[in-house]
Design a protein around this ligand. Structure first.
Ligand SMILES: [Ca+2]
Ligand SMILES: [Ca+2]
Length: 332
């Protein structure tokens, strides 16, 4: 009994951890679609402080005083993530891998918060009275980075859906990309970068917020409010480009982990319906062929008539084996 109980507790713990990660679909899936989630990507911010090196580069690019974007195009599978720097057209710019460039808030992003604190409506920033608040402005300000999100291109398998969240202007059908803040870590400077701490910890003095101006302003992410959870979420239009305020309460080095999810039409050969065709599909494929009951139990939302019919004969069967093997071997 004791071991069963322990296992149940462990499983509950796993379920809770997944729920905290915030990538669960918010509504029942549109018919025939699956919930697809990208890999986890980390973006690097330097507020006054500078990253002398990054995991992907011994000489990282400092992105300052530019029109820049966090690129999150979702073309299936792990995603298409970059730091974009360049003109508004979204073409003709330069793309950097997220771990080779850092987004820099220079001294002009510093704002003196007076004794009365920020105006009403900005409490989600966590900015204290008589402190300095660092804001990468939503509107273009000469001498300061001008940072947005962008997702050029539209993946043909995207499905329109409605997040049902009017507070975040996402209560209508659209090819939404759900951007979740999974974690954000901070160190005051390079000397302490090995001991980065999560902004989910209320004892950590640094906070981050993503918001847009308005009456009142709209917070999309706030580590000050409730730590990091499923409220720290932005719904972004696939194909879109928009700018935001990126607020920080402390100078230092920040790592931002994000993940993008959406509903897509499943693809042929994706037997476990994780939006990737790879070796992880072999065992589900074998189950589908030899033990369809088990397969239906394991993947209740995975339409076998769609993912399984590799040779386009109209049904799934033994004649899909060789085409599936060819498909697997053809993957990059
Ligand atoms: Ca939060
Ligand atoms: Ca798969």
């Amino acid at each position: 009994m004791a071991s069963t109980r322990t296992l149940a507790v462990l499983l509950l713990g796993v379920t809770a951890a997944v729920a905290c990660a915030g990538t669960e679909p918010p509504v029942p899936p549109p018919a025939g679609s699956i919930w697809a989630t990208s890999d986890l990507y980390t973006y690097y911010f330097g507020i006054i402080e500078v990253w002398p090196e990054l995991p992907g580069s011994a000489e990282p690019v400092l992105v300052d005083n530019d029109h820049a974007g966090i690129r999150i195009s979702y073309n299936g599978g792990p995603g298409d993530f970059y730091v974009y720097v360049g003109p508004f057209s979204l073409i003709g710019g330069v793309l950097y891998d997220p771990n080779t460039a850092f987004l820099y808030g220079n001294a002009s992003t510093a704002f003196d918060v007076g004794p009365g604190g920020l105006p009403a409506g900005f409490e989600f920033t966590g900015a204290e009275p008589n402190s300095t608040f660092y804001n990468l402005e939503q509107n273009q300000v000469p001498g300061m980075i001008f940072l947005g999100y962008e997702a050029p291109g539209t993946a043909p398998r995207l499905v329109e859906w409605n997040p049902g969240d009017p507070a975040k202007f996402a209560n209508f059908d659209n090819a939404w990309l759900q951007v979740d803040l999974i974690d954000m870590r901070w160190a005051p400077d390079w000397a302490s970068v090995d001991q980065m701490v999560s902004l989910n910890d209320p004892n950590v003095p640094a906070d981050f917020s993503l918001f847009q101006y308005g009456s009142p302003p709209t917070p999309y992410m706030s580590t000050f409010w409730g730590g990091i959870d499923s409220d720290d979420r932005l719904y972004f239009s696939s194909g879109g480009h928009d700018h935001f305020n990126w607020g920080f309460t402390m100078p230092g080095l920040y790592e931002m982990d994000i993940q993008v999810s959406t509903f897509v039409v499943p693809q042929v050969g994706d037997f476990n319906c994780d939006d990737r065709v790879d070796f992880a599909d072999i065992n589900p494929f074998v189950d589908a062929l030899t033990n369809p009951t088990q397969y239906a139990q394991d993947y209740p939302d995975c339409p076998l008539d769609v993912v399984g019919d590799v040779n386009e004969s109209g049904a799934f069967g033994f004649d899909d084996i060789n085409p599936f093997v060819d498909l697997l071997l053809a993957q990059p």
